[in-house]
Design a protein around this ligand. Structure first.
Ligand code: BTN
Length: 247
């Protein structure tokens, strides 16, 4: 992974460039890196703050041999790789909020956006978009985000060499990707569950089908979140916005 690297200055979003390269046949592992994004994209149609030179804004082309319903597994795998590599490099206690936000003390330091293109239910390619708030300072964030977001630097009091973080992450991702190819999702699921801060605490999940309140208890084989509802039923949730339960 990362054998072909496109380094760019300011772009609207690295996702769009990676999509374009993948559609033109770019090999698995092609990496698009930008110093700055002018229209960084987050999950659920949100934006992503991507100031110049302060973070890692990158998109990786993957070509997994997977049926489309298993795409969530890849999202979780990416979060595990990122969490493990950032923990190693920073010593910070970083946890995963389902499905793939990385948090320090409840504040988000990194987000992942996976976009897949499929043909007849098989994945053609996946663009794994990764944003890591590495060396941002408080005044790089809009005020309303400071409650919920933090950078590695703000959380740990030192700044980081971005290239070293990328190398460590790609190395970890490659290892987990091989493990996944050989042994399937089970070992990835265990790693994810061990790093998760979302399990065994009541939560409210806003799904496309409506709002659920329950206790997340683990991951299904498909990568869906298993949530125990009030009546004891365990429901598999594939896509949702997750918040702490107020009840
Ligand atoms: C999220 O948590 O909402 C996902 C954020 C993903 C941000 C990254 S930065 C690199 C890539 N390009 C984008 O426009 N978004 C992703």
């Amino acid at each position: 992974l990362g054998r072909r690297i496109e380094r760019l200055e300011a772009v609207p979003s690295t996702q769009d460039i990676a999509h374009q390269l993948a559609a033109e046949g770019a090999p698995e592992g092609t990496l698009v890196l930008a110093e700055q994004q002018l229209k960084g994209r987050g999950r659920m149609g949100r934006g992503w703050v991507s100031p110049r030179g302060k973070g890692i804004w990158m998109s990786l082309v993957l070509r997994p041999r997977l049926a489309l319903p298993f795409a969530p597994q890849l999202t979780l795998l990416t979060a595990v790789a990122l969490c493990r590599s950032l923990r190693r490099m920073s010593g910070a206690e970083i946890g995963i909020k389902w499905p793939n936000d990385l948090l320090i003390d409840g504040k988000k330091i990194s987000g992942i956006l996976l976009e897949s293109t499929a043909e007849e239910e098989r994945i053609r390619y996946v663009i794994a978009g990764i944003g890591i708030s590495v060396n941002l300072e408080a005044d790089d964030y809009p005020d309303e985000l400071l409650q919920r977001a933090v950078s590695l630097r703000m959380a740990t009091g030192r700044s980081y060499d971005r290239t070293a973080l990328i190398v460590e992450f790609l190395d970890e991702l490659e290892q987990l990707y091989d493990l996944f190819a050989q042994e399937g999702f089970a070992p990835i699921r265990s790693l994810w569950e061990a790093l998760s801060v979302s399990l065994h605490r009541p939560a409210t999940l806003t799904t496309p089908q409506g709002v659920l309140t329950g206790v997340p208890v683990g991951l299904a084989e498909s990568g869906a979140l298993l949530v125990r509802l009030g009546d004891g039923e365990v429901r598999a949730v594939f896509s949702a916005e997750m918040g702490a339960s107020s009840s």
